[in-house]
Design a binder for this molecule. Structure first.
Ligand SMILES: Nc1ncnc2c1ncn2[C@@H]1O[C@H](COP(=O)(O)OP(=O)(O)OP(=O)(O)O)[C@@H](O)[C@H]1O
Length: 229
């Protein structure tokens, strides 16, 4: 009997990426010949010293910044090579909530923009807030939130869109250890249910330890083979 290997396409594939920022005094290359792939269901901790290029790599993987050289594709998401797929979502280090909208409305907005009806968006936003233990914040404005609360609302907003890939930049940077653990529980439960791949840039070793794959980046270079399953 012949065993046929089933090939799974990566959700994100980076081939020989380089990225250089124009500095005020000199240009700085922050990603150096990076090749890596995020497979469905991957749980990847992206670790490295401050300034090593973690956020930059996340922004390139999300298609928010174009690399200077190399190729970024999203093979399993069928996105055109130059087109950013909506199914790759970033939870930013500094939460970017819309100040004029309350917490629930912030979560609803990307759902409505994606074509979900207003009533369904309200139901989904409310359920996501409850699952992250944020129900009591539903009518607060972003300016009324602590840094940690804002970060959790931003994560709720990202998860509510049911992404195929969640790229989380220091998602636990502003919360205590217990809250961080609860937050990760929600992320990994969501990932287990949906098959969502997760890439978490973090300085926190207890966060990194919960991921099955560890990518180390130093001075813009990935130190280990960058395949996350
Ligand atoms: N828009 C930008 N313009 C110029 N330089 C930048 C820009 N964004 C980041 N940098 C520089 O690129 C380098 C890598 O930054 P990046 O934010 O990717 O690192 P990081 O590993 O995420 O750091 P941290 O852990 O502190 O968040 C740093 O030296 C930073 O100062």
């Amino acid at each position: 009997m012949t065993v046929t290997e089933v090939r799974t396409d990566p959700l994100v594939q980076c081939q020989n990426l380089t990225l250089t920022y124009d500095g005020q005094t000199a240009a700085r290359t922050v990603l150096k010949d990076i090749s890596c792939a995020v497979m469905p269901g991957a749980q990847i901790a992206l670790v490295g010293p401050s300034g090593s290029g973690k956020s930059s790599l996340i922004h390139v993987m999300a298609g928010l910044i174009a690399p200077d050289t190399g190729v970024i594709t999203w093979p399993a998401l069928r996105a055109h090579p130059t087109e950013r797929p909506g199914k790759v979502v970033v939870a930013f280090q500094a939460p970017s909530l819309i100040s004029a909208l309350d917490v629930t409305e912030n979560i609803e907005l990307p759902l409505v923009l994606a074509g979900v009806s207003a009533s369904d968006a309200r139901v989904q936003a409310t359920a996501m807030l409850e699952s992250l233990g944020l129900g009591q914040l539903s009518t607060q404005l972003p300016e009324e939130l602590s840094g940690g609360q804002a970060q959790r609302v931003a994560l709720a907003r990202a998860l509510a869109t049911k992404p195929s890939v969640l790229l989380a930049d220091e998602p636990t940077g502003q919360v205590d250890h217990r809250t961080a653990a609860q937050l990760l529980d929600v992320v990994f439960e969501h990932a287990a249910r949906s098959g969502m791949a997760v890439v978490i840039a973090t300085h926190d070793q207890s966060v990194a330890a919960r991921c099955t794959t560890r990518w180390e980046i130093h001075d813009g270079s990935l130190q280990n083979r960058g395949i996350g399953r």
